[in-house]
Design a protein around this ligand. Structure first.
Ligand SMILES: Nc1ncnc2[nH]cnc12
Ligand SMILES: [Zn+2]
Length: 338
């Protein structure tokens, strides 16, 4: 590993933008397809990987929802999340706030309880085995209607003490945040934190809606905010965390080239940007790979990388004491590496 790679792998960090269904590696997809007798339209693992070529978000989503069909039992959800935690333990991840999409599973007859029990047991194990703490974010699929989101929130009722936040993902264009303003208000009233994807493919106006109509605590992606200088200044002024995903942006053509990635511009504008993997099994890398790709393409310094890791704790839903402890460990690591 390069010096840069070694520094990044050891840098304590939180991952704040990770869809657990997007960490389904082709090897596990095949194993689960066999275990559950589910047919998949691929003859080999190489064929699966060859299909991962996308020119927009929707190309990816079509394949991602198809892949999720192999997830059936509580053990499947457990194994999926356990594989993620084992993998990112090597990436310096000490805390992860992971999204799951209940509707992807409940709409095909899998019980909400099956999904969440599997994920929660893997999260408990990850803390014991890898020292990684984690939180759950329940994301609503924005291509579905408000009624379906409300039904999902109702299913989550017995589990609210184990869910940190709700999120909003899937096809952005044509599904503005305003469509979910009432569901987000209801989630807020139940004590949940709020995050939403906005400004990945959607315009700056969608980011404004996420802030003003949903009242999000954190913004997923947010790239297109930079098209609007007033919005850019507002995000910086309000200390809004952006969970940016460089390899995802490249794979989904949000940027044409990593050399054009705006991560350092976000930092220069004073935005609390973080680096995350989004759907690592589909986009060619886990969180440390995202730091390395951005650092190499944009010439990020160790100071920039430490800033990004620092932002990941500041933008997390951990309490102040836990954030302070992580920051102290991060500072010690950076001082030691000098
Ligand atoms: N990058 C992304 N954007 C929107 N929805 C998603 N679901 C999983 N990954 C996503
Ligand atoms: Zn995402």
């Amino acid at each position: 590993m390069s010096d840069l790679g070694t520094f990044i792998a050891g840098l304590p960090k939180a991952e704040l933008h990770l869809h657990i269904e997007g960490s389904l590696e082709p090897e596990l997809m095949f194993a689960l397809a066999q275990r559950n007798g589910v047919a998949i339209p691929f003859a080999s693992i190489d064929e699966v990987r060859a299909a991962y070529s996308f020119s927009r978000l929707q190309d990816f989503l079509d394949i991602y929802y198809q892949g999720a069909n192999v997830l059936v039992t509580e053990a499947d959800f457990h194994d999926l999340a356990a594989a993620y935690f084992a993998r990112v333990a090597a990436d310096g991840v000490v805390h992860a706030e992971i999204m799951f999409d209940p509707q992807t599973h409940t709409d095909r007859g899998i019980a909400f309880d099956t999904v969440i029990r599997g994920l929660l047991s893997a999260m408990e194990e990850a803390e014991a085995e890898h020292g990684i703490t984690s939180r759950l974010i329940m994301s609503f699929l924005r291509h579905l209607d408000e009624e379906s989101a409300f039904a999902t929130l109702a299913m989550a009722e017995p589990w609210l003490d184990r869910i940190a936040a709700v999120g909003l993902d899937s096809s952005e264009l044509g599904h503005p945040p305003e469509k979910f303003a009432r569901v987000f208000a209801a989630a807020r009233a139940k004590g949940l934190r709020l995050v939403a994807h906005a400004g990945e493919e959607g315009p700056p106006a969608y980011v404004e809606q996420a802030l003003d109509l949903l009242g999000v605590d954190r913004l997923d992606h947010g790239n297109r905010s930079l098209e609007d200088p007033v919005l850019t200044a507002r995000l910086a002024r309000e200390g809004m965390t952006l969970t940016v995903c460089p390899l995802s942006n490249l794979k989904l053509c949000v940027v044409d080239d990593m050399a054009d990635h705006p991560i350092d511009r976000m930092l220069a504008e004073g935005i609390r940007a973080t680096v995350n993997s989004d759907d690592p099994a589909y986009f060619g890398g886990y969180v440390a790979d995202n730091y390395v790709a951005a650092a190499e393409a944009r010439g990020l310094s160790r100071q920039d990388l430490a800033r990004l890791a620092r932002n990941s704790f500041l933008g997390s839903f951990l309490d102040d004491a836990a954030v302070a402890a992580h920051l102290a460990r991060l500072d010690a690591y950076v001082a030691e590496a000098r």
